[in-house]
Design a protein around this ligand. Structure first.
Ligand code: B1M
Length: 208
């Protein structure tokens, strides 16, 4: 009998083979893909997020768990689509113009995916008009901007202005080492997250 707690534990431990095996086993036994996702994979990544925030695990462990989740998702995704299971929301995440740092942004992408969001990663050095174009194309409800340089923080301001100017109906969250809640409020962002796990909390708060 498939054990979704064991699947969650496999994700927590970052055990790719076991995550894939248990996902296949659960589906094979007729457990619905939504339940496998929520009680297995998302439950596991949720624990990783809580431990990361509490400094009980660090970036390498998060990356390893996210990799295990990704492998299992490859098995699960077609079944979710066939069952008509919708993601929590569509999110689009990028590093702003002039900035090439992407390690933190990639973590945010992984944690959001791990929490059940559909995420489009539009890369680094993204110009404001490209954000606008991609949001229009994807209908993303949540947009995440990352910046690691004090010199690229103003690009966040410009990007938010361009998104608002285009009249797009989306919530915008920002983050990155030099960014603060004070700055987020100043430039009109809807939310700020200090780390990748908190980015999930902020994204979920936008859903209410
Ligand atoms: Co750069 N760099 N770098 N660098 N680099 C810093 C950021 C710096 C602090 C180093 C230093 O001087 N001590 C400094 C910035 C100083 C400043 O602006 N105040 C700096 C500089 C100056 C530069 C260059 C200008 C150096 C040069 O060429 N003279 C240059 C700029 C290039 C450019 O972007 N145009 C540059 C280049 C690079 C590399 C390419 C070599 C490389 C980036 C590789 C890559 O990302 N693929 C690099 C790196 C690795 C760093 C350090 C060492 C590490 C950054 C990192 O990945 N941290 C960094 C010094 C440091 O932090 N110790 C430094 C780990 C990552 C997980 O953390 O990105 O903060 P972080 O993400 C966190 C949170 O911030 C948050 O969640 C993440 C995880 O919890 N978060 C979000 C991030 N984005 C978020 C978005 C959200 C929410 C939360 O919502 C959407």
């Amino acid at each position: 009998m498939a054990d979704l707690q064991a699947l969650a534990n496999a994700v927590i431990k970052g055990n790719q083979a076991e995550s894939v095996r248990l996902t296949k086993e659960a589906l094979g036994e007729g457990i619905g893909p939504k339940q496998v996702l929520e009680d297995g994979l998302i439950a596991g990544m949720g624990v990783v997020g809580v431990r990361f925030k509490a400094n009980e695990v660090y970036i390498p462990e998060v990356l390893i768990s996210a990799r295990a989740m990704k492998m299992a998702m490859e098995v699960l995704e077609p079944k979710l689509a066939a069952a008509g299971v919708a993601p929590l929301a569509k999110a689009l995440v990028g590093t702003v113009q002039g900035d090439l740092h992407d390690i933190g942004k990639n973590l945010v992408v992984m944690m959001l995916k791990g929490a059940g969001f559909h995420v489009e990663d539009i890369g680094v050095d993204v110009k404001p008009d490209v954000f606008v174009e991609k949001i229009k194309a994807s209908n993303a409800q949540i947009v995440g901007l990352s910046a690691l340089l004090t010199t690229t923080m103003p690009a966040m301001d410009k990007t938010i202005a361009a998104i608002r100017q285009a009249g797009l109906d989306c919530k915008i969250m920002i983050g990155g080492a030099p960014v603060t809640q004070i700055y987020a409020s100043k430039i009109g962002a809807d939310g700020y997250a200090a780390d990748a796990a908190s980015a999930v909390d902020v994204a979920k708060s936008f859903l209410n």
